[in-house]
Design a protein around this ligand. Sequence first.
Ligand code: SF4
Ligand code: SF4
Ligand code: SF4
Length: 355
Amino acid sequence: MTQEVEKTKIKLAIYWGAGCGGCCVSVLDVHEKLFAVIDAADIVFWPIALDIKYKDVKDMEDGFIDVCLFNGAIRNSENEEIAHLLRKKSKVLVAYGSCAHMGGIPGLANFSSKEEIFKRAYYESESTVNPEKIHPMLETEMKEGTLTLPYFYEDVLKLDDVVDVDYYLPGCPPQTERLVEVFMAIVTGAELPPKGSVVGALAKSQCDECKREKTDNKLIKEFKRPWEIEDDGKTCFLEQGVICMGPATRGGCGVRCIEGNAPCRGCYGPSEGITDPGAKMMSAIATMIDSNDPEEIERIIAQIDDLAGTLYRFSLPSSYLRRKIMQNKNEQGDNMQGERKQNKNRKVNQKEMFY
Ligand code: SF4
Ligand code: SF4
Ligand code: SF4
C-alpha cells in the first residue's frame, strides 16, 4: 500500500508598512505562478487579502512564520510595533521593495519636518477646506470607548533601522519573476546567500545591462528633463543630458524603465561596492559638466530639477545626506531614538495635537 507523504508547506507572512501597496499587488502579479506559491506555502498573515488580526499573530509561537515579506518603510509607531512583532515570529525576515530596503518614496518626506507635513496636509493644501483647523489626535474619547491613532515619527526609517533583517529584495516594486525565484529557492531548500544579502538582483549596474549606445564622450552643457528631448531610443540618456541613475543602480529589473524609453530612477538601490547612490551620481555628474567656469557650472547644475529628490528618490533615509541631518539633530539633542523612547512613555490627552 502506498503511503501518501504529506508535503510540508512553509508558513508565509506578507505585511504592508508605510508604502503605496504596490508591493502587495506585485505579489498577486505572479499570476498562474500563485498556484505554485499556494502549493508550497500557507499564507498565515496578509492584511490586504486575509482577515487575520494582529492578535492572531501575537498568539503565534516565536519563529512560527518561516518567511515574512515586509514591504513599506517605518513611518509611525504601528509600523515599528508590527516590525518587532513579525521579527519575533519569523525565521526569515525579508525587506521587500525599496521602501523597506532604503526608505523608498515615503522617505522623501524626510526633507520636511513632521510639523510641515501636517500643516500642508490638514491646513494648506489646495484641496483642503478646514476653517476650524481640525486635525487628527492620538486619542479621542467616544461613547463607545477611546479611539487611538499611531504616533507619527519625525522621520521615515528603513526596516533595518528598527529590526534585524535577513535579506533585501529591492525594487519599486520588485520584479515579480525575481520574487518567484527567491521564493522557490527558499521552499526547495536551496543554499541561501549569507544573511544581509541583497537577493533577486544582480551585483552589476543597470548600465552593464543596458543596450543603449554609450561612448566615453559624456560632456554636457545642458541638462534636460525626459520630455524635453527627442529621444532616438538608442543613445544613452546621460549622453542626451537626461539624468539616468543607471551607473549607480543595481541591475536585475531587466532595465524595465529604459526598455520603456524612460531613464532609470534608481529603485533597485546601489550596485555592489556603492554605498550611497546619490553621492556616486553627483560625482558622475560633476565629471560630465563641460565647463571650468564656477558660475557656468552652477548654472548647468541648476538646470537639474529637484536635484536631491532625483538623486535620492528611493534612498534618502539610508543616505549620507540623512546621516548628516541626523548628526546635526543629535548635536542639537533632538535625536530620533529620544523621540521614539519619549513616545513609548507618552501620556496623551485628548487636546494634544497629532504633531
Ligand atoms: S517599494 Fe514602491 S511599490 Fe513597494 S510599497 Fe514602496 S512605493 Fe509602493
Ligand atoms: S546611463 Fe542609463 S541610458 Fe545610459 S547606459 Fe546607463 S542605464 Fe543606459
Ligand atoms: S530601470 Fe531603474 S527605476 Fe526602473 S525598475 Fe529598473 S532599477 Fe527601478
